[in-house]
Design a protein around this ligand. Sequence first.
Ligand SMILES: [Zn+2]
Length: 355
Amino acid sequence: MVSINRYLSSQKWDLLLKALPYQLPTTIIGHSVMNQPIYAHRLGNGSAKVLLWSQMHGNESTTTRALLDLFAHLRSPDGTRLLEGLSLMIIPQLNPDGSSAYTRLNANKLDLNRDALDLSQPESIALRKVFDSFSPDFCFNLHGQRSIFAAGKRGNPATLSFLSPSANEQRSYTPARVKAMQLIALIHKNLRLQIPDQIGRYDDTFNPNCVGDCFTSLGVPTLLYEAGHNALDYDRDFTKKMILNALITALNAIEDGDYFNHSTEEYDQIPKNEKDYVDIIIKNVNVKTESGFFKNQELAVLYQEEKMGESVFFRPVYHSFSEKIALLGHRVLNAEDILKDSEVEFMEGKTIDIS
Ligand SMILES: [Zn+2]
């Protein structure tokens, strides 16, 4: 299976911006390890300031694609009105090297979302400088998550997930954290009609080297957005639309203060993200391993994303098997419909030959 949309290199992104029928105000806020410019776009002159960044992890492109649609929305009458009350600073690709290589990490093989205190990487320093000089009232930390997450134990796929990160070890509800919780509760309520029971909430273990935790501890409400999975939409076109909705909903609520009408209890009721999904479950499989032969098993298969040229290829690999598997599958198939051989030799992580 191949996705044409998941791979969004910095070169591809530049072309998309150049093809716009209008020019975005653009500044260079720093350079990556490989000396690529990191761009930011400042829009609006309103009093409430929001800093957004995407593709801090280079292989998480869905939210960046949603930003392109956000730019278009901000030129509509609704968007123009919104910009009267807001000032936005938008960094679409914080990690241009990782975006081009389709890696989570930057070119020094470091996770920029574990570098908020160390500030050892030029990309982290660029973000921190903007944070200090722009002095935002809110931050949106835009990411993408794997297809393994359910919204609640054995729930629907988590098409979107959120977190209001902790500001300290005690995970206490600081004023900044509460604001982010209220905003997420509002997003959850507004998007429930479109994606019922498909919104999850991330674990809030405190890690001061994560950017969201760091910025929240500095008193700025920081929302983690995760673009997740829905049905068989591996291009994540539907998810992109939901991210856009969630962005517009939150920006409107910041502009009109509507999030004050929501509570931390509503946030706490959002189901937790659970690692309950695999991409395929194959039933009635005969499995051979080093320790024996097992008839009529259920076999779990995961896709591993690999960049090939200008696309992303999903390589199916063995995950686990058992008589009755405790996982959910985005697809559930019968062995004879998908397997090339009547029995398989199981090895975790090995490519599986499927039709
Ligand atoms: Zn991420």
